[in-house]
Design a protein around this ligand. Structure first.
Ligand code: HEC
Length: 703
């Protein structure tokens, strides 16, 4: 073949069939740049942007999907985990795939695969416990894949065949004829599946490799755990997505903390490969390198998003690297081939745990560059100054709780302590966007403290049903179902149990606890008395009845003797955060220099704005879109606005008030020469925020 033909093939292959007009991969491309070379919409005309179509889902509720666009078709998921194909020009529905089970939840995206000769095409996505292969032409599942078109993610984990909860909110990534999948698993003191990463054959669904994120005997990293931990400890899962260096044949992902999130006496050690940036060979799953960003996690500081593949000028050399943003607000910049940090990382001492049996790690890694992009402490000096009443009330609350204040990595203890950044970041699953032309990274963050405390898992002495039920609920159920004060990542995907009494009877709930249902695991490891206590708590019945300590027979108290009372949000009397703004930010990071190019408050509270306050920033959920038009598009804020900022200086150039918050990363694409910007706006990101049912698509007016 002549050289120019080879070159053409190379360009066609690497840039995709439509040279940036599609959005064929979650977050834009295999490098998770969130970047598009489209530049029709740019700094000079973005102010004219208008909604051009709206797609309405049947039900309101949080949407986190970053839609794919292939050719003229948009693929997106709704609150019932149904997959829709929609015409990208006017939003008309083309087809819909309904999973056979009735489900609710969040799905952050879909994976597209086509064979090298383009004759075969498939979509992959997860609903409930299953990975589905769907035909993009008509939306039916492909029956030759797995069993009847799907595979059960709870199986083939090289563990005793259990039915612990395994699902995946974030799409897998395709390498040749493999789909590589992470997972979301339980994080509680009980029944958490291991978070092993697996590759499946795109045609048959057959498992082709597995990488044990909790190493088995004889495997590298095994010695960072007690000998039997691989059988009993779960988690260390990759729930934030993967990236791929096609030329090097390497796959990258971050992992979460081992389960249980807040007590690690049963997992003494650094716990590899929990909280690691990982690099594997994509073809075989063989280990290449790891870099641990939190040792022996006690805070739920999972790596929440894909590592970005970037190229930087460093010490006069061009280096392919991996940039990992984190919940802590640390950005780790690592050599792509070796995992070695490009800027020095210091192991700094952190306060030790005072919980009996706990073995907190004495140091944690702190990158020297770039500076953190989130606030990493909450002290007396950081208390809100919004009004004298707010300051006094927050002070009084801190005193009443005897709340321990301080820096990042205060370990959980019996004495309540502040966690800053909180478990929802700092940075989160929205990840960072990257402009390959400038080498700048764009990342949003939240700056709201939470507090936590630990209690003995086994109630001391005799207790009442109500007290026991409440404790068990917060220790075990709340990690999936949430509570009024704080909800886990991807929330609120699950039925809120506060209102379960309106839907079910106590015997029905008892039965669900005994047998499980769909993604809901069974809880037969709890004693009958313990299950009854939870039901009593949920229904507020018979809660004063005493439970003798002999009835508390389940044995998990021995492995997890202390549990967390929950992730507690706390606010001033008017509902604003207890610290000083900015409560949410957008930051541009110059990766060549390891410096913050600019940082602005992201979002505002209209009530404060009316009083003349400058933008304070708000909590943020969802990530950015970066375009060659010099823009950063982002929803994410509690004011429910969609924004476009100037990449060079953070100036707000356009914003649009949506019906509900856009807690998702936007996509962009072009059809017939017209550029579109698409974002999901399901709202309901935080308690008290509005729910919506729209995908908004924007374009310039037809000229
Ligand atoms: C690993 C995550 C997880 C944990 C832990 C968990 N659940 Fe669930 N639960 C679910 C999911 C998912 C559903 C939805 C199941 C379905 O219908 O497919 C559910 C559904 C339920 C329902 C039915 C609600 C309705 O309105 O239909 C009840 C009741 C329930 N759970 C109670 C509990 C209790 C009590 C606990 C603590 C002992 C608990 N769950 C712990 C995941 C979890």
């Amino acid at each position: 073949m002549p050289l120019f033909a080879l070159l053409f093939l190379f360009i066609a292959f690497t840039l995709g069939p439509t040279l940036g007009r599609d959005w064929p991969v979650y977050h834009g491309d295999h490098a998770a740049t969130h970047y598009s070379p489209l530049a029709q919409i740019h700094r000079g005309n973005v102010a004219e942007l208008q909604p051009t179509w709206i797609f309405e889902t049947d039900r309101s509720g949080t949407l986190q999907c970053n839609p794919l666009v292939i050719g003229r078709t948009v693929y997106l998921v709704d609150q019932d985990l149904r997959l829709h194909a929609v015409d990208g020009r006017h939003g008309n529905a083309l087809w819909r795939f309904d999973p056979p089970e009735r489900l609710r939840g969040v799905c952050r995206g879909v994976t597209f695969w086509q064979s090298a000769d383009r004759t075969e095409r498939r979509l992959f996505y997860v609903a409930g416990s299953y990975l589905y292969a769907i035909d993009p032409n008509h939306g039916r599942s492909i029956s030759s894949f797995g069993v009847e078109g799907r595979i059960d993610l709870r199986e083939q984990l090289d563990t005793e065949e259990t039915k612990h909860s395994v699902t995946c909110n974030t799409p897998g990534i395709v390498f040749r004829d493999l789909i590589i999948m992470g997972s979301r698993v339980g994080e509680g003191p009980q029944q958490a599946a291991p978070g092993h990463v697996r590759a499946f054959d795109v045609r048959t669904g057959k498992r082709r490799w597995i990488f044990h994120t909790i190493p088995h005997p004889g495997e590298f990293g095994y010695e960072t755990w007690p000998p039997d931990a691989w059988k009993t400890v779960g988690g260390a899962n990759s729930w934030g997505g993967l990236t791929l260096d096609v030329d090097r044949g390497m796959v990258f992902f971050g992992t979460g903390s081992p389960s249980y999130d807040h007590y690690g006496g049963n997992r003494v050690g650094t716990n590899l490969f929990g909280n690691c940036v990982m690099a594997l060979q994509a073809e075989t799953g063989a280990y290449v390198w790891h870099y641990q960003v939190v040792h022996h996690d006690l805070w739920d500081y999972d790596i929440p998003c894909q590592p970005n593949l970037v190229t930087v000028t460093h010490d006069g050399k061009t280096i392919d690297a991996v940039a990992q943003s984190t919940k802590m607000g640390h950005l780790f910049l690592l050599d792509r081939e070796t995992g070695r940090p490009l800027f020095p990382v210091e192991e700094r001492p952190v306060p030790p745990s005072t919980i009996p049996g706990e073995a907190s790690w004495p140091t944690q890694p702190f990158p020297t560059k770039p500076p953190p992009y989130a606030v990493q402490q909450f002290t007396e000096d950081d208390i809100t100054q919004r009004t004298p009443e707010a300051t006094a009330s927050v002070r009084a609350f801190i005193q009443s709780k005897d709340l321990l204040l301080g820096d990042l990595f205060l370990p959980p203890g019996i004495q309540p302590s502040v966690v800053m950044p909180q478990f929802n970041g700092g940075g989160e699953w929205g990840g960072a966007g990257y402009n390959p032309e400038t080498g700048w990274l764009f990342v949003n963050a939240s700056n709201e403290p939470e507090w936590q405390s630990m209690v003995p898992a086994k109630p001391q002495g005799a207790t009442t049903q109500g007290a026991l039920g409440k404790q068990l609920y917060h220790a075990i159920c709340a990690q999936c179902h949430g509570n009024k004060a704080a909800r886990p990542e991807g929330s609120p995907p699950l039925p809120a149990l506060e209102t379960v009494r309106d839907r079910l009877t106590p015997p029905q709930v008892s039965e669900i606890l005994e047998k499980g249902r769909g993604q809901m695991p069974s809880f037969t490891s709890l004693s009958a008395a313990e299950r009854s206590a939870i039901v009593a708590y949920l229904f507020g019945e018979g809660t004063d009845e005493r439970v003798p300590s002999e009835a508390l027979t389940s044995n998990w108290y021995e492995t997890i003797p202390y549990v967390c009372t929950g992730h507690h949000d706390f606010r001033d009397p008017d509902g604003f955060p207890v610290n000083q703004p900015p409560w949410g930010t957008l930051t541009a990071i110059n990766l060549h220099e390891g410096s913050l190019a600019w940082q602005i408050p992201l979002g505002t509270y209209p009530a404060l704005e009316e009083q003349g306050s400058p933008p304070t920033g708000t909590f943020t959920i969802g990530g950015p879109l970066v375009t060659a038009g010099g823009l950063v598009f982002i929803g994410a804020t509690m004011d429910e606005r969609f924004h476009a900022y100037d990449q060079s200086n953070g100036e707000l150039l356009w914003e649009f008030q949506m019906e509900a918050g856009g807690y998702a990363s936007p996509s962009t694409y072009a059809i017939d020469g017209r550029q579109y910007i698409l974002i999901a706006a399901g709202g309901a990101g935080k308690p008290g925020t509005k729910a919506g049912n729209r995908y908004y698509c924007f374009a310039l007016p037809k000229g």
